[in-house]
Ligand binder design. Structure first.
Ligand SMILES: [Zn+2]
Length: 494
């Protein structure tokens, strides 16, 4: 029996019990990357959150069909390939391979299907034909548009009203469009560009239509969960809904999950991080296991701030976890009382349940991980030893070993933070520690107190931007401020 799951559904902006189309099954789609270069480190969050949803459902007993696409036909790809004098599809293929290497390094499970645009053209054309047939699309000089006003419920996900869009100046003006919000389903190929034959002439698909066609091909007309970055909600996801529901005449997707940004904005990058832009550059220096741990530390619906402190914390967490795995393995062979029983077994069984509860509560991964760390703390204290000298430690018992193994397996499967080769991971940790800047300037407590007073004065003067600046400055130096209702401010190191 699969565990019951609650999901924050952006269609309703509320947390709801998850009711799949088919009991015990999850049909899940996640918008994948456009492969015009190595993947930016900012894309890692999308990849990891998709992987977590996939893993958590599997671990909780569901049969999951997970589709993540690669956009291999796109202006950026065409232009980059032209610069390099390469065939556009071959160029994209190269970066799909690189992205697969990155995903492997990040400890991701393979998706069930990873469709690409260039292999989905017949399905895309069929869907566009249905949209036109049903009265939602029109053709102007070989270009096909979706007519947004014809789709009455447009805006149901992003909560934007068509009238607002009409008057906004963000919508591009195009003489061929009947309405400024109308968007392209198929565009004619320019001279020398890659194209496919279609009922409307030689051309290629617009961006939004690929996800509608790919999800239909592998998940059916109505599926359970769609995931992507919050920046894709409008217009991309709104347009996906319009296309699919107009073409198929059925509800497109029941639950919409969006992850928040990875925020690089207000962080001063030190020299050691300043030139880290792609996932590959990060993993070369710090390892995929560290990037994964870093991304697991924030709930998917909170903005995550990219900082050196956060990376340092992830490095030490990775070290702690994998040292535990190694020490436990050794203790299991050296320090066991095979006839004993231990009251801690029940406590760990409780932690297993708490972890499942967190995982099924809108994928609360940070909460789930905290239970694993609780277990590590308890076992390290009484049973394990850095120096592998167990003489002053309690002996493990068979039922305790079983409980620890169950907890470890659950954590490994559900969040993927325990890698298979802990000794190798510790080598990565050593490399990461060398590469992270050690010359961080620690602020003295006098300086901190001085800044707190300055912030207080700025607030009294209603100079909010200065007050905020000081808070951020302290935050970047690893200092957290806590404002009490009575006006006093206390601080601590992160
Ligand atoms: Zn998409």
């Amino acid at each position: 029996m699969a565990e019951k799951v609650q999901i924050f559904n952006n269609l309703t902006r509320s947390k709801l019990p998850f009711v799949p189309v088919i009991a015990g099954e999850v049909k899940f789609y996640s918008c994948g990357p456009t492969v015009y270069d190595f993947i930016h480190v900012g894309n890692a969050r999308a990849l990891i959150v998709g992987d977590l949803i996939h893993r958590i459902f599997k671990t909780l007993g569901y049969h999951v069909t997970f589709v993540r696409n690669f956009t291999d036909v796109d202006d950026k790809i065409i232009n980059k390939a032209k610069e390099k004098n390469e065939d556009a599809l071959a160029y994209a293929k190269r970066f799909i391979n690189e992205c697969n290497i990155d995903m492997n390094e990040l400890g991701m499970l393979p998706a069930t299907h990873t469709p690409i645009v260039s292999e989905t053209i017949p399905e895309i054309i069929n869907l566009i034909e249905d949209i036109i047939k049903n009265g939602f699309g029109y053709v102007v000089e070989g270009e096909v548009f979706f007519h947004v006003p014809a789709f009455r419920s447009y805006g149901k996900l992003s909560k934007k009203k068509l009238e607002q869009l009409e008057h906004g100046n963000r919508v591009e003006v195009d003489d061929k469009k009947k309405h400024p919000s109308d968007f392209v389903l198929w565009k004619p190929a320019k001279e020398g560009e890659i194209f496919w034959q279609s009922p409307w002439g030689k051309g290629r698909p617009g961006w939004h239509i690929e996800c509608s066609a790919m999800s239909k091909k592998y998940l059916g007309e109505t599926f359970d969960i769609h995931h992507g970055g919050v920046d894709l909600m409008f217009p991309h996801h709104e347009n996906e809904i319009a296309q699919s529901e107009a073409g198929n005449g059925k509800t497109y997707c029941n639950y919409w999950c969006h992850h928040e940004f990875l925020n690089f904005g207000d962080t001063k990058m030190s020299k050691s991080l300043g030139n880290v832009v792609t996932i590959r550059q990060f993993t070369d220096k710090f390892g995929g296991v560290v990037l994964r741990q870093l991304l697991l530390s924030a709930h998917y619906r909170t903005v995550m701030v990219w900082s050196e402190q956060a990376i340092e914390r992830a490095i030490s967490d990775v070290e702690r976890i994998h040292k535990f795995v190694i020490h436990f393995k050794i203790a299991k062979s050296k320090n066991v009382d095979s006839s004993g029983s231990d009251e801690l077994t029940g406590k760990i069984a409780d932690l297993v349940n708490k972890m499942k509860k967190d995982l099924s509560n809108d994928f609360n991964v940070p909460g789930a991980i905290a239970h694993y760390f609780s277990m590590i703390r308890m076992i390290n204290r009484d049973y394990l030893d850095e120096q592998l000298d167990f003489s002053h430690k309690k002996k493990l018992t068979p039922d305790l070993i079983k409980a620890i193994e169950e907890m470890t397996l659950l954590t490994k499967n559900a969040v993927g933070m325990i890698y298979d080769n802990p000794e190798e991971v510790l080598k990565t940790v050593e490399r990461a520690k060398k590469n992270i800047s050690k010359q961080e300037q620690k602020l003295s407590s006098e300086t901190i107190e001085q800044l707190i007073i300055e912030r207080k004065e700025a607030r009294i003067a209603k100079n909010w931007s200065r007050a905020d600046e000081i808070r951020k400055e302290l935050d970047a130096s690893g200092i957290i401020l806590k404002d009490s209702p009575d006006g006093t401010v206390t601080w601590s190191y992160k």
